[in-house]
Ligand binder design. Structure first.
Ligand code: ATP
Ligand code: MG
Length: 441
């Protein structure tokens, strides 16, 4: 195994001072999987104050981040390395945090508190891989297995349920049977976990290669964290455009979407409004009028609960709100969308619609997908050519209108009117033609 020179150096410094030290957890897992190195965590028998002393003696920069949890961060060449003292977690009382942590001398105890066997391996140059729970074998067999008694481990910290799903989705691993059973037995404990932490795992899950399978196999867990999706689970869509029920359609749309966290989250929630607006006509065909604005409102509740950033909240709810607006592909006017919601949102909206279409009846979608792809190209051309689609792109500005005698609110309204004409190619965006237009009025 190969870990970076910096990590090697830190481990050596600690060993030379008589302590045990290893790279541990995710970095060992990823290294064995041949994945590029991200952050390296180091675990050691040295107490935090000793770690600090050793680092300082060697003129290595120290950040005292989580001293009470036993973590000291060393910074080398601008890269942070978290060095944590071997610990044993005290009793868990609230399904999320141990009451206390004790420092221990044996790496075995530190490894046994870790969540999954594949995350419970340590490594250093001298001893090689320390693998006490069969992590290497599970890695080879692509299995997520709790360390120790799965049921107890999820009761201790229910976030591990989301982590199991996340690793299954991103690594394309199966969750071992007992661990899986324990997930379903304990999924309601997720209610005790901070929503932001659940959301962080959900986002990682969604961009995983195996997201669709996990969303399907563990849909009851998804129903715990997003109860608003539960009515979609068995909401049938008897409509020639569809071959799946609403939830089936949703997860296929997630799968078809680019691996962008905002777009995939949008796909997960895009049809959340459908069950509540479903109607069936006299021929037995189902319709879902206004499901987009209704869904955008439901998504607002979901996203507020997850305490997402304003950026995510605005973008996801806007994309959901407008996703039916691009259903009639022959009526899409790219520049109108650009002026209404801007470049980034318009591009994403077309991507959302393409992903949505891929989850429809494949016999029906060919024309629309091609057309949308062409519209995305058209969008790129409009941007590249610097064509006008916002007020600030116009060849006149507020001062010009002021000089012509327009006042207050009229100015903005007039500029908008001009912009709409320019966007619809009814007026050239030159000072001359706009002035002519204004003078003719
Ligand atoms: P990532 O690639 O997302 O960083 P990771 O496995 O490194 O994955 P981290 O959250 O960085 O995940 O955690 C580092 C290590 O700490 C894990 O590999 C695992 O050994 C341990 N760990 C993290 N969270 C938990 C938890 N909730 N319960 C038990 N052990 C955990
Ligand atoms: Mg990590």
């Amino acid at each position: 195994m190969n870990i970076s020179e910096n990590a090697e150096k830190l481990i050596n410094l600690l060993s030379e001072s008589g302590y045990k030290a290893y790279a541990v957890g995710g970095c060992v897992r990823d290294c064995l999987l041949g994945k590029p190195e991200k952050d390296i965590d180091i675990t050691t028998s040295a107490k935090p104050e000793t770690v600090e002393e050793i680092l300082k003696q060697n003129e290595i920069k120290v950040v005292e981040t989580g001293l009470q949890h036993g973590t000291v961060t060393a910074v080398m060449n601008g890269e942070p390395y978290e060095i944590t003292t071997f610990r044993r977690d005290g009793e868990y009382k609230d399904n999320r945090r141990p009451e206390s942590v004790d420092f221990v001398d044996d790496v075995k105890e530190d490894l046994s508190r870790r969540d999954f066997t594949i995350n419970a391996m340590a490594y250093n140059h001298k001893e090689g891989i320390v693998d006490l729970f069969g992590g290497k074998e599970d890695l080879d067999n692509k299995i997520i297995r709790a360390v120790g008694n799965a049921d107890l481990r999820f009761k201790e910290d229910a976030l591990r349920i989301m982590r199991a799903l996340r690793f299954s989705a991103t690594l394309c691993f199966d969750i071992e049977e007992n661990t899986k059973k324990a997930i379903f037995n304990n999924m309601y404990l997720l209610d005790n976990i901070a929503k932001e932490r659940i959301f962080a795992e959900l986002t990682k899950l969604l961009v995983g290669d195996n997201a669709m399978q996990v969303l399907d196999e563990y849909k009851e867990v998804i129903g715990v964290i997003i109860p608003e999706l539960k009515p979609a689970f068995d909401c049938i869509q008897n409509n020639p455009w569809h071959i799946y029920n609403v939830y089936g359609h949703i997860i296929h749309a997630v799968d078809a979407a680019p691996k962008d966290d905002i777009i995939r989250l949008t796909m997960l929630l895009h049809d959340i409004g459908k069950p509540s607006v479903k109607t069936t006509d006299e021929k037995g065909i189902d319709h879902f009028k206004f499901h987009a604005p209704v869904g955008a409102d439901i998504a607002k509740t979901v996203l507020k609960r997850f305490k997402v950033s304003n950026e995510i909240y605005d973008k996801v709810t806007t994309l959901i709100y407008y996703h039916q607006g691009v259903e009639n592909v022959d009526n899409i006017r790219v520049k109108r969308w650009l002026s209404k919601i801007g470049e980034d949102y318009t591009k994403s909206l077309f991507q959302v619609r393409i992903s949505d279409l891929y989850a429809h009846n494949p016999e029906k979608i060919g024309y629309e997908v091609e057309k949308l792809k062409a519209l995305l190209q058209e969008l790129e051309q409009i941007i590249a050519a610097g064509e006008a689609f916002k007020i600030s792109d116009l060849a006149v500005n507020g001062n010009d209108l002021l000089a012509l005698g327009y006042k207050g609110k009229e100015i903005g309204e007039k500029l908008n009117e001009i912009l709409m004409l320019v966007v619809d190619d009814q007026l050239n965006n030159t000072r001359e033609s706009i002035m002519n237009y204004l003078n003719e009025e």
